[in-house]
Design a protein around this ligand. Structure first.
Ligand code: ADP
Ligand code: MG
Length: 219
């Protein structure tokens, strides 16, 4: 199993944002987590992505309990195993597309322009590599973000509402890229409030009030 959530809860005062949730995700799965606003999706993603810790329960990645790792080990898991994509792009406005990807490489201590260009080519943006974010459409900016997330060859791609700011055409382009990443062997988890988007994944988890309401296969 790549990911195991064992009775995890995230509790804020009286609110159980995630409530005693169990989930296992085998390596190579193409999974959507769908739920309305406030259902606990981002809270869940933050715990899976090692950005937050559960109030109760355990998160395991490749059989390792995250709570047993020290800060350095946790940072390494975050750095080496997980690629994150958000609704907001968080691109540096005065750096070009390829430079934005190289910033991520710098964080991984492997700055290499050729590899950054290859990552952009993978998302169909090679010819836009030297444009600034402001010269790119929203869909193109999100593709730069995906290229940036791919730089450490992560096993797990976690995308939280990656199409939330995009028009229909750009949304579908992003979905095709995520599907291609799945076909190339990665585990992909997309988080969305949009039923139509979720239905494109092979497995769909529906959450409501921090609990799994439905878990079904789509193929
Ligand atoms: P979603 O991503 O599905 O819209 P969230 O995970 O962001 O939902 O939020 C789930 C619930 O947890 C919401 O009611 C939200 O207000 C609450 N919540 C999220 N983060 C915090 C926090 N840091 N402190 C208090 N409540 C929070
Ligand atoms: Mg959210």
């Amino acid at each position: 199993m790549l990911l195991e959530l064992d009775h995890i809860s995230k509790i804020y005062g009286d609110l159980r944002a995630v409530d005693d949730l169990n989930l296992t995700v085998p390596e190579g799965e193409w999974l959507a987590i769908v739920g309305s606003s406030g259902s606990g999706k981002t809270t869940l993603m933050n715990m899976i992505g090692c950005m937050d810790t559960p109030s109760k329960g355990s998160v395991m990645l490749e059989g390792r309990k995250l709570e047993d790792l020290n800060a350095k080990q946790l940072a390494d898991v975050r750095k080496n195993m997980i690629g994150l994509v958000f609704q907001k792009f968080y691109l540096v406005p005065h750096l070009t597309a390829v430079e934005n990807v190289m910033v991520a490489q710098y964080y991984h201590s492997v700055v290499n322009e050729q590899q950054a260009l290859e990552a952009l080519e993978r998302v169909g943006l090679k010819e836009r590599a030297h444009h600034l974010p402001g010269q790119l459409s929203g869909g193109e900016q999100q593709r730069v973000c995906i290229a940036r997330a791919l730089i450490n060859c992560p096993k797990l791609i976690l995308a939280d509402e990656p199409t939330g700011n995009l028009d229909t055409k750009s949304t579908q382009e992003i979905m095709e890229i995520l599907k291609e990443l799945h076909r190339s062997g990665r585990t992909v988890i997309i988080i969305t409030h949009d039923e139509e988007i979720a239905s494109q994944a092979h497995r769909v988890i529906r959450i409501l009030d921090g609990r799994i309401e439905e878990d079904y296969c789509n193929r």
